[in-house]
Write a protein that binds this ligand. Structure first.
Ligand code: FAD
Ligand code: DLZ
Ligand code: SF4
Length: 503
């Protein structure tokens, strides 16, 4: 019997489980651009364009490899609204009720496949280093799910940066050599840029037409949209960016959007690149003496450590994870997350580059926008929806644990043992943003005080019951308690007045 082989927009890998299971001689691949996926949050136009352009190119590659592909474009004469509808329509067209899918990366779609009036075989997505069973076995019975221990397991499992059963150069983690403040200039040209072909141009017109009002600039569109292009982007990064990736991983500079980051997450998450091939390319650069250990170990840790760990958490914690809110935060997301119109230079820079590129690097996401949202007590679900919408690499399985867990502490400390909060000092140390800001980072209260400085103490004070006993936060509370009472009262009053301006 003919079977339908579902391939989603982030399953663009020719060896993805459902394609491995299918037979090009008899089965039919189903791919569909659908309004539900394009609209469950107001995605950045570059993200939608990337997804559709990569899907259309991938469908052509599958046809070239002998598959029959039933592809429904968003602007087809008979469009479909959802993945479920696409499968049902295809089942009627091809006279079959059998379908094979690779498990989607989001609970919402997993449930939608479960509810289909078809016989759907759902296969595990094995494009990851750790299976769900492996992650759960590692997590079982542990009091704390520390990423570092998980990461070491992944090093052992993959053999990456290992000399026998020992880590190369005798250490698992070289972070103490990383995280240098921003240097004067950047000697890497940033991500490789590609010129859209006719297929991509057609997608760009469609997206401009249908999603032109969404937050974000569609043009210039320079993303890779095929595996071959993504591999060139990888080689370009390994050559030019990787050697200093570690040193300046946490640095931020005005108008420097990419620094020495790889800008590969959107390709990796869509399936155009494989995590192991990226890590092997990085390891080869180390073994050949092209990149130092602190850069290569740090980079590989992000992929086989953090990325795999986040996926494990998302699936282990279940569908309610995105609604967690242990700190009871309920403020609305300020408008400046969309407009960038704020005197806070760090935020306006992060929002502006997010609008232009659908990209901000980790520290901008964590210590600028994320830090602000947490300090200001923004509803974590709103924060989650914002991140899911605005970044080209955002899929719930990886975005939610980063936002709900790591950034907003809304899961109560599953991902992080303490909240990632800081005053303006941290941003000042790691960037050159503060120099041209409307606020003064050196001013702790009174006229022109940096809002991060005020909100930092407001956050600690309002969550004292939860955090004062955390040994990693004891110093912060000691500093607060040592301040004279009048000063503390004034800081809290000014912080509250500032929060009132957010609405
Ligand atoms: P690089 O800095 O070059 O890092 C290399 C690779 O490591 C990345 O491509 C990515 O695949 C992986 N990586 C690094 N950190 C993480 C992490 N914390 N979790 C998972 N993978 C990681 N990453 C996403 O892929 N999608 C998201 O939706 C996403 N949302 C985030 C939201 C917040 C609040 C925070 C703090 C982080 C988020 N991240 C997300 C993680 C990280 O910021 C991005 O992976 C990274 O910025 C992508 O840029 P890059 O490819 O240049 O990464
Ligand atoms: C992100 C996205 C978008 C914008 N559009 C589609 C689409 O039209 N069709 C599709 O198959 N996938 C799309 N995707 C990716 C899905 O949202 C993604 O597969 C799920 O969120 C699970 O990770
Ligand atoms: Fe951001 Fe404060 Fe620095 Fe301004 S002074 S850029 S608000 S940290």
């Amino acid at each position: 019997m003919v079977r339908l082989i579902l391939v989603l927009g982030d399953q663009l890998t020719d060896t993805v489980a459902a394609l491995r299971e299918g037979d090009p001689a008899t089965d039919i691949v189903v791919m569909a651009e659908v309004s539900e996926e394009a609209g469950y949050v107001p995605h950045h136009p570059k993200k939608i364009a990337f997804c559709f352009a990569a899907m259309r190119h991938f469908a052509d590659e599958l046809r070239g490899a002998g598959w029959q592909v039933d592809y429904t474009a968003l602007d087809a004469d008979a469009p479909v609204a959802s993945i479920a509808e696409a499968l049902i329509a295809a089942s009627e067209r091809h006279g079959t009720t059998e379908a094979v899918a690779t498990r989607p990366g989001e609970w919402r779609l997993i449930a939608a496949l479960d509810e289909l009036p078809l016989s759907v075989t759902v296969l595990e997505d094995d494009r990851f280093v750790a299976s769900h069973a492996e992650f759960d076995a590692w997590a079982e019975g542990r009091k704390e799910l520390r990423m570092e221990w998980f990461y070491r397991e992944m090093r052992r499992k993959t053999g990456l940066l290992m000399d026998g059963d020992k880590p190369v150069e005798g250490k698992w983690n070289f972070d103490h050599d990383n995280r240098k403040p921003a240097p004067g200039e950047v000697d890497f040209s940033g991500p490789m840029r590609f010129t859209p072909d006719d297929i991509t141009e057609a997608v760009l017109s469609l997206v401009a037409d249908r999603f032109g009002e969404n937050f974000g600039e569609l043009q210039p569109f320079w993303f890779a949209v095929t595996r071959a292009e993504a591999r060139r982007a990888l080689a370009h990064f390994i050559k030019g960016g990787l050697p200093k990736f570690g040193d300046y991983q946490d640095a931020m500079l005005v108008d420097e959007r990419f620094l020495w980051h790889s800008i590969l997450s959107m390709y990796l998450n869509a399936g155009l690149l494989d995590p192991i091939e990226i890590c092997e390319a990085a390891e080869a650069a180390y073994r050949e003496g092209h990149a130092p250990i602190n850069a290569v170990e740090g980079f590989i840790r992000q992929i086989i450590g953090w990325r795999e760990y986040m996926r494990g958490i998302y699936f282990r914690e279940g569908p309610d994870y995105v609604r967690r809110n242990v700190l009871g935060h309920d403020r609305k997301l300020p408008d400046f997350f969309w407009t960038g119109e704020t005197g806070m230079r760090c935020i306006s820079q992060a929002v502006a580059q997010t609008r232009d590129e659908a990209y901000a690097h980790h520290i901008q996401r964590l210590m600028v926008t994320g830090n602000f949202a947490l300090l200001a007590g923004i509803d974590p679900f709103e924060v989650h929806e914002w991140y899911l919408a605005v970044y080209a690499d955002a899929y719930e399985w990886v975005e939610a644990p980063n936002v709900i867990g790591m950034s907003q502490f809304a899961d109560g400390g599953i991902v992080g043992s303490k909240p990632y909060v800081s005053s303006g000092n941290y941003i000042d140390r790691m960037s050159n943003y503060c120099g041209e800001c409307a606020y003064s980072v050196k001013t702790k209260l009174g006229e022109g005080a940096c809002p991060f400085n005020l909100l930092y103490w407001h956050f600690l004070n309002r969550h004292r019951d939860r955090f004062a006993k955390n040994p990693r936060m004891a110093n912060m509370y000691r500093t607060w308690d040592r301040m004279d009472e009048g000063r503390r009262a004034q800081i809290l009053e000014e912080a509250s007045a500032y929060l009132d301006t957010l609405g």
